[in-house]
Ligand binder design. Structure first.
Ligand SMILES: NC(=O)c1ccc[n+]([C@@H]2O[C@H](COP(=O)([O-])OP(=O)(O)OC[C@H]3O[C@@H](n4cnc5c(N)ncnc54)[C@H](OP(=O)(O)O)[C@@H]3O)[C@@H](O)[C@H]2O)c1
Length: 194
């Protein structure tokens, strides 16, 4: 069984973006020490254009071979003219509105996202599935999330997009690791208790 991992950047108070979806205020924390960690441990979570700019586009995937994101998150790439933001992974975009995929590497999943994720998790393979966000899609898939990698940036926002856009329920996770950085960023990894 492959894992679905929600790998996400958030504020101290648990918001993944401001109320309108902007998260550029997290970027100043991507300094040399922290970027070195991302390149070494999670290179496939860096978008293709970022990998190309860093000269690391040839790095092998370490943990994931597949990514799924919501249509609003995917729109951020489309707005930059990028149709395959994670070209080094199999890409799925959840959308009921997108009729056809703008890129051969991207599959649009409309009717049964939960079923598709269960199908992907049931595949053989060493590498897992990267749930990229945003809030709405994570809320829809919350029951299927097996692992959390939460990159907490040292800012408080007061309001914004929650990590999971879902109703109230208690889901327990066990803390696997904590890594802290000089600039105050914290990366915590949790496994789902089933
Ligand atoms: N901090 C981070 O690390 C991080 C990472 C990723 C994204 N983000 C932020 O998250 C924001 C977007 O989050 P969001 O919650 O507004 O949107 P989202 O989850 O990215 O996308 C929502 C869209 O996905 C589709 N969708 C969601 N659930 C579905 C389901 N069960 N079945 C079929 N389609 C489904 C729908 O598309 P249709 O409307 O086309 O049907 C829906 O409008 C972005 O602005 C970005 O800034 C932050």
């Amino acid at each position: 069984m492959r894992k679905l991992t929600y790998f996400i950047a958030c504020s101290i108070d648990g918001f993944i973006a401001d109320p309108k979806g902007d998260w550029q205020f997290f970027m100043p924390f991507v300094d040399e020490e922290y970027l070195d960690f991302l390149k070494a441990e999670y290179p496939e979570t860096l978008a293709t254009h970022g990998r190309q700019a860093l000269g690391i586009d040839e790095l092998a995937n370490r943990r994931f071979d597949t990514v799924i994101q919501g249509r609003v998150s995917y729109d951020l790439a489309l707005d930059m003219g990028v149709t395959s933001p994670y070209a080094h992974l199999r890409e799925y975009v959840a959308s009921r509105g997108l009729d056809e995929s703008p890129d051969p590497n991207v599959t649009v999943v409309g009717d049964d996202v939960l079923g598709k994720v269960r199908e992907l998790k049931a595949e053989d393979g060493e590498l897992g599935i990267y749930l990229c966000g945003g809030s709405q899609l994570a809320g829809a898939l919350i029951d299927e999330v097996d692992e959390l990698v939460i990159k907490t940036y040292p800012v408080v926002l007061g309001s914004g997009m929650p990590m999971f856009g879902s109703g109230f329920d208690v889901a327990e996770f066990a803390l696997d690791s904590v890594r802290s950085f000089e600039n105050g960023v914290l990366v915590r990894t949790y496994s789902r208790k089933r």
